[in-house]
Design a protein around this ligand. Structure first.
Ligand code: MAN
Length: 522
């Protein structure tokens, strides 16, 4: 006999004997299922040595169940289905030999031969076709995703440049504000000096004198009125309290006069006054107003008045000859023209009826301050946007979601069109008119997953929408998977006013090979 045949014989015999012994064993553990020279075998946990014949004999010997990989004898062991032509998979030992043909074990190796047909070829082909289609989507999606990432980098650069240029503008604007503040303060003091000068005018001084005279007259008038009242009271008390037995002539005389003389007409009825003059009552009520006049304002109003062109000035007269339809253009032209005349110094700004210099300086200062605040706000926003772009908790570690910030997509179901504006708000819009319902504003990604993991970005939560009648505030959970487009393909109201959107986005398509692997393929 040829020596290799001699060698091969016992080997071949061992393999034949062990064929059933390897049923249900994972390929990585095959080497461990070899008998010893004395035809014994050690449980995989090393706890026991048993006869090689006891392996896969449908009786559980080992505490770890390792002696029965191909039967259901051990309660908590696993059976490995090879599934050649498809993907190998474990099933629980309890499902071995139960007479059922499960898809996970498409080769039927867990059942008696002839019970289940081997369907691995067709299942494998269908699986591969589906997987290839998904792979294609993933590849295309990941290319789009990489453009999103490129966008994020550009966006960061744009925002950083914007913040830097705003910083420069802010410094310049701060200087401008400082200058304008000085000008406004100076103009104000100049205005004060001009006002002091105006107050020297004879008209103003004369008004002040009139005011003084009025005040003095009022004081004297009041003194006399008070005295008259006192005297009246004295006479009244004399009349009512005197004793007629006293022969005090002066009293008798006073009383006699008082009681016999009729009251003068003037005290009973309103005094007749000339047209335009004030009655005693009017004097009482209006004199104080007159005395309290703000003469400085009056002076400035007077100035304005005499500086305002009269209605019959040339510019005003022209308008009455212009057709109404042309008036707006004419007014615009007139403003430009006057502006131009002012710049050339042909007419003074004051005479064209515009605000005073002090007001203009103050306005310029206010405007510059508003612009400065706006720039500061814009800069702060740009800086905080930059920080969000590559933050895993916002736009993803690679910034892949930034592109979708504020992008809106729609899906129509029944009477409503549902709108999702990524990172902003979800809405329910009635198709037949009526007002929209807010379904909530963006709150978070999937809080149950680790920021940065694919699961984290597979769910978005929108909350605090319009409150439901007798119910909660409307809210949405958006479930996302990889797709070549940003779409919503299904909307469901799972509970009253609690909605679930299902959609796809290229931002979720990791480059093939980078995604986590769950299966082992043979
Ligand atoms: C509207 C819609 C519905 C919601 C009811 C609740 O009709 O927002 O989706 O169920 O209000 O009253």
């Amino acid at each position: 006999m040829v020596p290799w045949l001699l060698l091969a014989l016992p080997l071949g015999a061992t393999a034949a004997a062990g064929r059933d012994k390897l049923l249900g064993v994972h390929p990585s553990a095959l080497a461990k299922y070899t008998p010893s020279k004395s035809n014994t075998w050690k449980c995989l946990d090393g706890s026991k040595e048993i006869s090689w014949n006891a392996v896969n004999d449908d009786y559980c010997d080992c505490p770890d169940g390792s002696d029965e990989p191909g039967t259901s004898a051990c309660p908590d062991s696993r059976f490995w289905c090879k599934n050649e032509g498809h993907i190998g998979a474990y099933i629980h030992s309890s499902r071995v030999g139960d007479g059922l043909c499960e898809t996970e074990c498409c080769d039927g190796s867990d059942e008696r031969p002839g019970t289940c047909p081997n369907r691995c070829k067709e299942i494998g082909e269908a699986y591969r076709a589906k997987r290839d289609a998904e792979l294609k989507i993933q590849k295309t999606g990941s290319k789009i995703r990489s453009t999103y990432i490129a966008f994020a980098h550009k966006e960061r650069k744009r925002l950083e440049d914007l913040a830097a240029s705003l910083e420069k503008d802010i410094v310049a604007k701060e200087k401008e504000v400082e200058k304008l503040r000085e000008i406004a303060e100076r103009t104000e003091s100049l205005t004060q000096a001009a006002l002091d000068h105006k107050r020297q005018s004879p008209l103003y001084q004369s008004l002040l004198n009139h005011n003084k005279a009025l005040k003095s007259l009022k004081r004297e008038y009041k003194k006399h009125a008070d005295r008259e009242k006192q005297l009246g009271q004295i006479l009244d008390s004399l009349r009512t309290g005197y004793n007629p037995n006293y022969q005090d002539m002066a009293v008798l005389e006073a009383d006699g006069e008082e009681s016999s003389t009729p009251e003068p007409e003037s005290e009973k009825t309103e005094e007749a006054v000339d047209d335009g003059l004030w009655t005693a009552d009017e004097l009482d009520s209006e004199l104080d107003d007159l005395i309290g006049t703000d003469y400085t304002s009056l002076l400035l109003e007077h100035e304005d008045h005499i500086n305002t062109p009269t209605e019959d000035s040339l510019l005003f007269k022209i308008t009455s000859y212009i057709p109404d339809a042309w008036l707006p253009q004419y007014e615009a032209w007139k403003d430009n023209f006057v502006d131009w005349l002012e710049k050339l110094g042909i007419v003074s700004e004051e005479s064209s009826g515009s605000s005073t210099e002090a007001t203009r300086a103050q306005q310029a200062l206010t405007e510059a301050n508003t612009e400065l605040n706006h720039m500061r706000r814009e800069k702060t926003e740009s800086e905080s946007d930059v920080l969000k772009i590559f933050n895993p908790e916002h736009f993803g570690a690679e910034g892949e979601w930034k592109k979708l910030d504020d992008t809106c997509i729609n899906h129509e179901v029944g009477d409503y069109t549902y709108e999702l504006c990524f990172f902003k708000e979800a809405k329910q819009k009635p198709n037949k008119g009526g007002s929209n319902f807010s379904l909530g504003r963006f709150q978070s990604w999937n809080k149950d997953a680790r920021p940065g993991s694919p699961e984290y970005y597979s769910k978005q939560v929108y909350q605090h929408g319009t409150r439901c009648w007798n119910g909660p505030e409307r809210s949405v959970v958006v479930l996302l998977t990889c797709g070549v487009e940003n779409t919503i393909y299904s909307v469901q109201e799972l509970e009253k006013c609690e909605y679930q959107f299902k959609g796809t986005s290229p931002a979720l398509c990791l480059p093939p090979g980078k995604e986590p692997q769950n299966h082992e393929e043979l």
